[in-house]
Write a protein that binds this ligand. Structure first.
Ligand code: 4NP
Length: 165
């Protein structure tokens, strides 16, 4: 069977979703688990760009090098390719629901829907703030990564994420 697969989505694909990708890659490696992980943006401003330098610095502080990532936009085939697509906030989730192809198999939820007690919360966009916002993002996305690993066996076989409407 193919590895479970997760796509993280934010607006620009240069701050929150690359950090979420980094956090899950790191947590999966530490746990010895094989999960396919990627990230994408709903917007097109940063297609081809590396992650924001502040996001790179935050990841580096936690031992993860994300300098090689490049921004890309969500595309229809993502809804077939990934088991689970996790959006940073409601705006991104609405965008995903609107572009979801008929019959698509991916389940959609907010990133923080995965974390017990935090369903419905958005990961706050750190783009317009200072470096402390990126530390808060890292804390959120590591909680998401741990929760995804806890749900790993449920990514197949009829599991539906909380709050999926
Ligand atoms: P992200 O942050 O969605 O977490 O990558 C943003 C990055 C860029 C922009 C907005 C949010 N922007 O407007 O360019």
């Amino acid at each position: 069977m193919a590895n479970p697969s997760v796509l993280f989505v934010c607006l620009g694909n240069i701050c929150r979703s690359p950090l979420a990708e980094a956090a899950l890659r790191r947590a999966a490696a530490a746990a010895g688990r094989a999960i396919d992980v990627d990230s994408a943006g709903t917007g097109d401003w940063h297609v081809g760009h590396p992650p924001d330098s502040r996001a790179q610095a935050e990841a580096r502080r936690h031992g993860v090098d994300i300098a090689g990532l490049r921004g890309r936009q969500v595309e229809p085939v993502d809804f077939e390719r990934f088991d689970l697509i996790l959006a940073a906030d409601d705006r991104n989730l609405e965008h995903l629901h609107a572009m979801r192809p008929t019959g698509a198999t991916a389940r959609l939820a907010l990133m923080l829907d995965m974390v017990p007690g935090r369903a419905g919360e958005g990961v706050i966009d750190p783009y317009y703030g200072g470096p402390e916002g990126f530390a808060a993002t890292w804390a959120d996305v590591t909680a998401v990564a741990d929760a995804v690993l806890a749900h790993d066996g449920l990514l197949h076989d009829g599991w539906t994420p909380p709050r999926t409407g």
